[in-house]
Every structure is written in structure tokens, then in C-alpha cells.
Design a binder for this molecule. Structure first.
Ligand SMILES: Nc1ncnc2c1ncn2[C@@H]1O[C@H](COP(=O)(O)OP(=O)(O)OP(=O)(O)O)[C@@H](O)[C@H]1O
Ligand SMILES: [Mg+2]
Length: 297
């Protein structure tokens, strides 16, 4: 809607986990390198966890691009609320197993022979499960058993479990002690630091066609960081609404007032300790009573 007004060729703050917009923060870079390394070196289980909206699915999308490019076969389950039967059916579809896909026994036999064949030909096979914190216990148990398939050279199936932090708690359960011990690599995504938020927003705007953007000042960026608590999905939502508000007001400079309006419309909760504001740092800003109180303190 506001793309032409600001000079974007596409929406900079789209909510989809699009690798084309990947911002290579140190931790995202490291997580992706770990995922790729884990798969290539046949490590077996790899677990990627992180708070809601920190980029787990985006990392998996990047990994999928890599697997496509390397012609590595993979199955990826993005809906983890499955029964055991549905799990095996989806696995067999994704890996194109020629068997009765509704029979767990047949799927397991076909999978085993496919994995042995591929491994002896030096080829890797991957299972990616997103939202793994939602997996039912019996499905998680089946995945654990698939992780046991191995030959002398290593694991036959590389399994990546990605999910929110409940996944870590789930893996703490006594029945998954063995799985937990077998996790070869763990990657954790946390929220951005202030300088990462700034670089992230600038990188997305540049990727969308606006280099050296002047719409959001560094001071306002600090406030966006505070209010989003450095969570990429929230940063996207705030910035998208902020640009929309600027556009509606026909100005190419976002202000603190606009941000106040956006975050209050979003009912956003963020730490009350707001930074010290002055008329100088936020020229033209009408400070709300709460801001004024902080200043008076
Ligand atoms: N490193 C990054 N580069 C570019 N965009 C990112 C990055 N990390 C997160 N995002 C953006 O943040 C939003 C949320 O990312 P994503 O869906 O990958 O998070 P998630 O951790 O899978 O969330 P959930 O816990 O809800 O599944 C997406 O719009 C995505 O494009
Ligand atoms: Mg996700």
C-alpha cells in the first residue's frame, strides 16, 4: 500500500519467513551454519529452539534452500499436530516412498531400505519438524526410534527438531533421556540486541529497495527495540504499521507520536522503564503524561 510512496519495490516488513530477506545476525548465521554442518556431517539429532517470532521457521526455510541446491532429499513437517498414522503418511509422501502409505509397517520397511540405499551411495536424507513443541508424545517417540537407525558410518536419517522453548522442557521428560543424550547439536535463537534491531530494520528496508532510509531515526529505532523487545516478528509488525501511519499522514518521517499510536493499537506490552526523553531527542513529540513524569524524575 505504501510501497510507491516510500520508494519500495516490495513490502519490507512482510510477515512470511522469506529467505530473500534474511538478515544475517551473528546468531542466525551461527544457527544456519550449525544446521548445515549437522546435516552434512550426519550428526543425527539437531534441536533449534527460541522464543516465539525469533526466526526459527526462517532458518528452516534457508536450510531447505540449501538442501534443494545440494539435491539432498528431505521431508519437512510444518504441522506438528499429527497422529502417528498421519506422521508416517506425510513422511512417505515427502520422501516419495513406494508403499501402502497408510500402513506404518510398510512405511517403515520402505523407509529403512531407502535410507540404507541412499547412505551406501553416500547420500544424506533429512527430516525437518517445525513446531516440534506441539508433537504428541507418541509421535515424538516414533521420531526418537527413527533417530536410532544407523550403520557404521553414522545416522541414516538426520533429524531437525525446531520449536519454542517448551520443546526443551519436553525433551527433559524421563522417557526422552536417551533422545536428549543423542542430540548432537543445539542452536538457540534469542531476541536481538539494540544494534541488531537497527541493522535488521535497515537491512529489510534496503532489501525492499530503500537504501540509507531516513524514515525511522536511530532514536526512534531504540524505542522500537524497547517496545518489540528485539523480537523480529514484533519489529516487523511495528515497522509495517509505522510506515502505514506515516503514509496516511503523508510524511516520510516517522515520529514518536506515531509509534505511540501504533503500539497502543497493537496493545503491546513492554517494560515500563522508558528511556529519558527530551524535546531535543524527539523534536516535535507531544510527550504523554507518563513520559512527562519520567522526565520530571
Ligand atoms: N534473521 C532474520 N532475517 C530476516 N527476517 C527474520 C529473521 N528472523 C526473523 N525474521 C522475520 O521475523 C518473522 C518471524 O520469523 P519466524 O516465523 O521465522 O519465527 P519463528 O521463530 O518461527 O516464530 P514461531 O515461534 O511463532 O514459530 C518473520 O517475518 C521473519 O521474516
Ligand atoms: Mg515458526
Amino acid at each position: 500500500m505504501y510501497n510507491a510512496f516510500f520508494g519500495f519495490t516490495q513490502n519490507p516488513f512482510n510477515m512470511s519467513p522469506d529467505p530473500a530477506f534474511l538478515f544475517r545476525s551473528a546468531q542466525h548465521e551461527e544457527a544456519l551454519a550449525n544446521l548445515i554442518y549437522g546435516v552434512q556431517s550426519r550428526k543425527g539429532f539437531i534441536v533449534l529452539t527460541g522464543e516465539v517470532g525469533t526466526g526459527k521457521t526462517t532458518m528452516l526455510e534457508c536450510l531447505r534452500d540449501f538442501l534443494y541446491a545440494q539435491q539432498i532429499a528431505f521431508a519437512s513437517l510444518f504441522n506438528s499436530r499429527l497422529t502417528v498414522e498421519q506422521f508416517f503418511e506425510m513422511l512417505s509422501y515427502d520422501l516419495d516412498l513406494r508403499c501402502n502409505r497408510l500402513s506404518k509397517t510398510e512405511v517403515l520397511l520402505a523407509l529403512n531400505s531407502m535410507l540404507l540405499e541412499r547412505t551406501s551411495a553416500g547420500r544424506t536424507t533429512v527430516l525437518i519438524v517445525d513446531e516440534a513443541h506441539n508433537l504428541a508424545w507418541d509421535v515424538l517417540e516414533e521420531i526418537r526410534l527413527l533417530g536410532n537407525l544407523e550403520n557404521r558410518k553414522g545416522k541414516l536419517l538426520q533429524i531437525i527438531l525446531a520449536g519454542q522453548q517448551e520443546l526443551d522442557r519436553k525433551l527433559e521428560a524421563p522417557e526422552f533421556r536417551q533422545l536428549k543424550q543423542r542430540i548432537a547439536l543445539r542452536c538457540v535463537l534469542r531476541s536481538f540486541l539494540p544494534e541488531e534491531t537497527l541493522a535488521y530494520v535497515n537491512s529489510r528496508m534496503a532489501r525492499a529497495g530503500l537504501k540509507d532510509q531516513q524514515v525511522i531515526s536511530p532514536e526512534l529505532m531504540e524505542e522500537i527495540h524497547l517496545r518489540s523487545q528485539g523480537i523480529p516478528r514484533l519489529i516487523n509488525a511495528i515497522c509495517d504499521n509505522l510506515l502505514l501511519t506515516s503514509f496516511a499522514m503523508e510524511t516520510r518521517t516517522a515520529t514518536l507520536e506515531m509509534l505511540d499510536e501504533v503500539t497502543s493499537d497493537m496493545r503491546l506490552e513492554y517494560p515500563g522503564n522508558r528511556p529519558f526523553r527530551t524535546e531535543e531527542t524527539y523534536p516535535g513529540a507531544v510527550l504523554r503524561p507518563s513520559h512527562a513524569r519520567i522526565q520530571a524524575d
